[in-house]
Design a protein around this ligand. Structure first.
Ligand code: GDP
Ligand code: MG
Length: 597
């Protein structure tokens, strides 16, 4: 295709502002699908994506649009993940485009995620086309939002398109704006091939499918290519695009976005951000911006029923086929038996994997407390990464312990500001900046990631009745006064409940945990002490009193059949219990104890 007729763009928006609805309208208007094929929200095709209204994998559609100037343009729409956990993938998708539609809800205005995305878009030199959506709503204030876009984001919004993706208003204007405002890509057909690997996923029929953006040169079937970062070579066996139906094409030229397959079995071999070039006469320099993604949040996943271990292994393996960014290795816990220690890009990523395991693979799972990765410098000078509190060495051998920090941007109506500042302060936050823009506050904090992985986001949402938005980036490691807190049930440490906490938070957290456990662990024939301890020092304690004599007499008296029934019932119950220091702890207790404040 003639470069002048190509437009590559993404859509950026705060969640729920109408990104997917607008994308669907654009597809419908340009005839990519028949009405019958136009099932609601074509782009989010995983159940979880639909339910949560988020995009997890980057996706593109190619639309052919005949503009008012009479020419037919090739529009490549790239839908990017909308969550901080997938920031690197987003950055690569944005790098594949020359422009972006900035969708802002006419009733909600600019929100944190809008800002975070738009700044990234500006960093990629995008031409930004503002679209004020949902003008059909009675609460819509398009003029106020127009002014907000100009004041807060600092881009010209005088000719922002006023649209309602839901009722189909302004769709043609959006398409015209894409063609007239977003610049065509640059590139040279006769230069050596350089293409950026934007995303990859596993397809059961095609193997690994790779989304690419060609910068220079041409990619076609039969070409022997190499991945410059991964160092592997492959024979291209298919080239095409999604309209959103998959169509095969003879080639992808400079400036084009499409897919390739090359008989690749594992997504791990097709790393996002890698450079694809030809083996013969290829490019010598890889594209900038490549990064190896590393999991930042770790937790243990254990089957509730120990017999499900093999099934869990298989299921995790299958999910991993499609997602090279999560890691897993076998782990055994005295409390929970055999399971896996898994690493994720963030808490949402963790939840997605967990949900898919229970939904698609029908597994009942226990998740241990999520933990970040700590760096330990030992007294002998060696350095260790700690992914699991259970592997914590003897504290006397540790010279220094460091934890990851983040920079968080919170955007909120100012009535909730006081409680939000308190929340950040309670989580060891350091305030960096606070600005007001017309009834809203934007506050920047540095926070330890450890304090955020538990329930920070939920708390923030509940404090602000859902109005506050949150976005973060990692800013490196800092030394911290961190300690390992053990939970002892009947004087035995329960490994699945141990966690690393800041010394200043240990008591509050320990107290909360033992109080909850007291409620959750049933009474026994004897007194059961529950303690939180740092080393030998107990920092919180509760005791579950013993069952009263007459209760037990009742239990074990009576006729034989009743007794048998009782025993059967106990056996049934046992399956869902873990024996610990002679104490039976119900599975629910682990889960409930970890879902905490
Ligand atoms: P996304 O999270 O940005 O992808 O947002 P969606 O496209 O999923 O839309 C979020 C919600 O807003 C859905 O319930 C849509 O039906 C609704 N919505 C999207 N566009 C409009 C619009 O123009 N007007 C109204 N009233 N609702 C809209
Ligand atoms: Mg969406």
């Amino acid at each position: 295709t003639d470069l002048a007729l190509i437009r590559n763009f993404s859509i950026i928006a705060h969640i729920d502002h109408g990104k997917s609805t607008l994308a669907d309208r654009l597809i419908q208007r340009t005839g990519g699908l028949s009405d019958r094929e136009m099932s609601a929200q074509v782009l989010d095709n995983m159940d979880i994506e639909k339910e949560r209204g988020i995009t997890i994998k980057a996706q593109t559609v190619r639309l052919n649009y005949t503009a008012k100037d009479g020419l037919t343009y090739e529009l490549n729409l790239m839908d990017t993940p909308g969550h901080v956990d997938f920031a690197y993938e987003v950055s690569r998708s944005l790098a594949a485009c020359e422009g972006a539609l900035l969708v802002v809800d006419a009733a909600q205005g600019v929100e944190a995620q809008t800002l975070a995305n738009v700044y990234q878009s500006i960093e990629h030199d995008h031409e930004i086309v503002p679209v004020i959506n949902k003008i059909d709503l009675p609460a819509a204030e398009p003029e106020k939002v127009r002014a907000e876009i100009e004041d807060i984001i600092g881009i010209d919004a005088s000719d922002a398109v006023l649209a309602s993706a839901k009722s189909g208003i302004g769709i043609d204007e959006v398409l015209e704006a894409i063609v007239t405002k977003i610049p065509p890509p640059k590139g040279m057909r006769d230069k050596p091939l350089t293409a950026m690997l934007v995303d990859s996923w596993y397809d059961p029929y095609l193997g690994v499918v790779i989304l690419v953006r060609v910068i220079d040169g041409v990619i076609k079937k039969g070409l022997q290519v190499k991945f410059m970062q991964g160092g592997t070579e492959h024979l291209i066996d298919r080239v095409g695009a999604f309209t959103p139906k998959r169509v095969d094409l003879p080639e992808l030229g400079p400036g084009e976005i499409g897919f390739i397959t090359a008989q690749i079995k594992e997504v791990e071999q097709a790393k996002v951000g890698d450079t694809v070039t030809t083996v013969k006469g290829g490019a010598t320099q890889a594209l900038p911006g490549y990064k190896e993604v590393q999991p930042v949040v770790f937790c243990g996943l254990f089957p509730v029923d120990a017999n499900d271990f093999e099934k869990l292994r298989e299921s995790i393996g299958k999910l991993r086929l499609n997602d090279a960014s999560f890691s897993f290795e076998m782990e055994s816990s005295a409390a929970l038996g055999f399971g896996f220690r898994c690493g994720f890009l963030g808490l949402l990523h963790l939840e997605i994997i967990q949900e898919r395991l229970s939904r698609e693979y029908d597994l009942d799972l226990i998740t241990t407390a999520p933990s970040v990765v700590y760096r330990l410098t030992m007294t002998d000078g060696s350095v260790k990464e700690l992914h699991n509190p259970a592997d914590m060495p003897d504290p006397v051998k540790i010279a220094e312990m460091e934890e990851p920090w983040i920079k968080a941007t919170i955007y909120t109506p100012d009535e909730y500001l006081g409680s939000i500042l308190k929340l950040c302060q309670d989580r060891r936050g350091i305030q960096i900046d606070l600005t007001y823009i017309g009834g809203r506050a934007q506050v920047t904090y540095e926070l330890p990631l450890n304090e955020v992985v538990f329930d920070f986001y939920d708390r923030l949402k509940s404090i602000s009745r859902g109005y506050a938005s949150f976005d973060y980036e990692q800013i490196g490691l800092r030394e911290g006064d961190l300690v390992m807190m053990n939970i002892l049930v009947n004087n035995e440490p329960v490994d699945a409940l141990s966690m690393i906490v800041h010394r200043s938070q240990a008591e509050a957290r320990g107290r909360g945990l033992v109080e909850r456990l007291k409620e959750l662990i049933p009474r026994h024939m004897f007194k059961v002490p529950i303690q939180a301890a740092i080393g030998a020092k107990v920092i919180a304690r509760e005791t579950i009193s013993a069952m009263r004599k007459d209760v037990t007499a009742k239990c074990y008296g009576g006729d034989i059949s009743r007794k048998k029934k009782l025993l059967d019932k106990q056996k049934e119950g046992k399956k869902r219990m873990r024996e610990y220091g002679n104490v039976s702890i119900p599975q629910e207790a682990f889960i409930a104890a970890l879902r905490m404040g």
